[in-house]
Design a protein around this ligand. Structure first.
Ligand SMILES: NC(=O)c1ccc[n+]([C@@H]2O[C@H](COP(=O)([O-])OP(=O)(O)OC[C@H]3O[C@@H](n4cnc5c(N)ncnc54)[C@H](OP(=O)(O)O)[C@@H]3O)[C@@H](O)[C@H]2O)c1
Length: 305
């Protein structure tokens, strides 16, 4: 007779969205507990028995022409997802799609600026028509650079808010009504561990990402009871084109592949938050609790202000 861990192992082998050995090992250990097995049946097996269920899930990722978004696109494609990607640079998007297709995956792209609400909605609708309805949205487009108070520029700050925050809002708005109607789906956004406090001289970036995290936290409360998972991703420093231009120290800098594995695992586990690397995440959790009289001198010293 099959034990629970055998069932979990077979499931992990068969399930098109979770074929990695790493994931299989996790399922084996997790499913040795009876309570977890019930959760497995409710979350994973039951939806597969409902009419209209398609084994191939669709993930749509904004900001996927490079860095974390492109890496996530390739990671989800290897896990059996159909992948729709969006950004402004067409050649880079084409290259990501070509790599996925060469590896036997399914992908499509649309050129779109996340600050253009209507254009983004149209592009996402087109991707859904091509690949299937969006099961998982990852609003990842964003970025920003330090801006000392001496160079305070409202236009640049407003642009940072538009790309990071409005871009997230626009992407969510494009898929949320249909998810609410279906009573299922998953929305994720890439924030940053820099959102935990006002990290001068990167205040505007911290502020834009804090807005993203706060929005996602509140959406989670409303949407989870309606069958829609909400995940906020808080990366520390990851080696991408965004950080390649940084000339300040980047403690615990993580490789892109490791970051994408961590993010994909957390997303497939439908976690509320994915914070990594654990070293920076632990440090920033502690920093968040510091009283102002400790935090301010410490930051001044670290940032050489
Ligand atoms: N790398 C890190 O250490 C780190 C840490 C914390 C958080 N993050 C966050 O992770 C996300 C990805 O960043 P990354 O590190 O992977 O940097 P990246 O390689 O520069 O990726 C940024 C992506 O966002 C897209 N993008 C930027 N503005 C856009 C716009 N207006 N419309 C559509 N797409 C746009 C870019 O594509 P196009 O230029 O082709 O449009 C690109 O695909 C960002 O939200 C960033 O803030 C990164």
């Amino acid at each position: 007779m099959l034990g629970l861990s055998d069932i979990a192992h077979n499931y992990a082998q068969l399930c098109p969205t979770q074929p990695s050995n790493h994931q299989t090992g996790r399922y084996e250990s997790v499913f040795t507990k009876r309570g977890s097995c019930c959760a497995f049946v409710v979350w994973d097996v039951f939806p597969r028995l409902t009419p209209g269920y398609s084994a191939m899930q669709t993930v749509i990722i904004t900001g996927a022409s490079s860095g974390l978004g492109a890496g996530l696109a390739e990671e989800f494609a290897t896990r059996g997802y159909a992948v729709g990607i969006l950004a402004r640079r067409e050649a880079e998007l084409q290259a990501v799609v070509a790599r996925i297709e060469q590896a036997g995956g399914t992908a499509a792209y649309r050129v779109s600026d996340v600050t253009d609400k209507d254009g983004l909605a149209t592009a996402i609708t087109e991707l859904e028509a091509e690949l299937g309805v969006c099961d998982l949205l990852i609003a990842n487009a964003g970025g920003g650079h330090p801006m000392p108070a001496s160079a305070f520029d409202p236009d640049i700050i407003s642009r940072m808010m538009r790309v990071n925050f409005d871009g997230t809002v626009n992407a969510i708005a494009a898929v949320l009504p249909a998810m609410l109607e279906r009573g299922s789906g998953h929305i994720a956004a890439t924030s940053s561990l820099a959102s935990y406090r006002g990290l001068a001289p990167g205040g505007p970036y911290s502020a834009a990402k804090a807005a993203v995290s706060t929005l996602m936290e509140s959406l989670s409360v409303e949407l989870r009871p309606q069958g829609i998972a909400v995940t906020t991703i808080h990366p520390g420093f990851v080696r991408t084109p965004l950080t390649d231009t940084n000339d300040h120290p980047m403690p615990f800098l993580m490789d892109l592949d490791d970051a994408c594995l961590t993010m994909a695992d957390g997303l497939i586990g439908r976690r509320r938050e994915v914070n990594f690397p654990w070293t920076t995440a632990t440090l920033m959790r502690a920093v968040r609790q510091l009283p102002r009289w400790v935090f301010e001198p410490l930051l001044k010293r670290v940032a050489k202000l």
